[in-house]
Design a protein around this ligand. Structure first.
Ligand SMILES: CCCCC/C=C\C/C=C\C/C=C\C/C=C\CCCC(=O)SCCNC(=O)CCNC(=O)[C@H](O)C(C)(C)COP(=O)(O)OP(=O)(O)OC[C@H]1O[C@@H](n2cnc3c(N)ncnc32)[C@H](O)[C@@H]1OP(=O)(O)O
Length: 219
């Protein structure tokens, strides 16, 4: 493995904050009020997670991280008081704190999802902390990406909220780390409370994984 080079970016454009398109894709005309502390802390934690599974002998960097860790501990006195409202929703869900799209959840790369015609689409490249087999994205993470993108597509037409009832993933080929992949999802058909969904993870345009799923609105 070479030098640490986290390629999953906080937005597809590589900017620190979501673009206006991100907000438009999330169904919000106006960006919500900023909460830079939560977002920057999540970015820091993402970088630390990447560094933890890489190797770095930079003593000065280690000292900087030690000092920052102490300051953050002091600053996080009342974690229970923190709201879960992501000020920069990029998933189509206003109160998104999911470990895949939320900018303030350090477990998330985070993915941003946009609408293209009848499909929900996300471009993402996942760094080392998402590895399963060597150089491949973990299969559970592939399923997580597909669940989120299909869920976004299921909610794209103004239909009532629905939960994933069934999700079947076929892993056709390796989903590579550190390379851009595209995750796509769509509604195939609607039957009453049921939405039958499908999608793919595309690597250079060819599917590495395919998903079929059923989303159901509660009674
Ligand atoms: C209100 C929902 C809101 C959803 C979210 C929206 C906004 C939230 C806001 C912020 C959150 C931010 C982000 C969230 C982002 C991503 C989430 C990703 C997706 C998930 O991570 S989501 C969590 C995991 N997920 C669950 O937590 C679901 C657990 N589950 C249940 O909550 C119930 O299971 C439920 C309610 C789904 C259904 O419950 P139910 O009792 O209404 O269902 P029932 O059994 O009656 O089936 C109804 C009809 O489907 C037929 N049927 C059943 N299975 C079938 C099959 N396999 N094939 C063909 N047909 C089938 C039956 O035969 C019957 O057909 P018929 O009506 O014709 O008789």
């Amino acid at each position: 493995m070479g030098q640490p080079s986290p390629v999953a970016q906080d937005s597809p454009t590589g900017q620190d904050s979501p673009t206006e398109q991100d907000h438009a894709a999330a169904g919000h005309a106006e960006p919500a009020a900023r909460s830079p502390y939560a977002e920057h802390t999540a970015r820091l934690t993402r970088s630390l997670a990447h560094a933890l599974v890489s190797e770095n002998d930079d003593a000065e960097l280690a000292e900087t991280v030690r000092a920052l860790a102490t300051r953050l501990l002091d600053a996080s006195e009342a974690p229970a008081a923190v709201t879960v409202d992501d000020p920069h929703p990029r998933s189509g869900f206003r109160r998104d704190i999911t470990p895949i799209t939320s900018a303030v959840n350090p477990l998330a790369p985070p993915m941003a999802i946009r609408r293209e015609g009848d499909e929900s689409v996300s471009d993402v490249a996942l760094p080392l902390q998402y590895q399963g087999p060597p150089a491949r994205v973990h299969g559970g993470i592939v399923a997580l990406m597909l669940d989120q993108v299909l869920g976004n597509a299921a909610h794209s037409t103004g239909l009532p909220g629905a939960y994933t009832r069934e999700l079947t993933i076929t892993y056709d080929a390796a989903t590579p780390l550190d390379r851009p992949v595209q995750v796509v999802g769509r509604i195939d058909r609607v039957e009453g409370r049921k939405r039958f969904m499908s999608g793919e993870v595309l690597v250079d345009g060819a599917p590495s994984a395919r998903a079929h799923g059923l989303w159901i609105s509660p009674r």
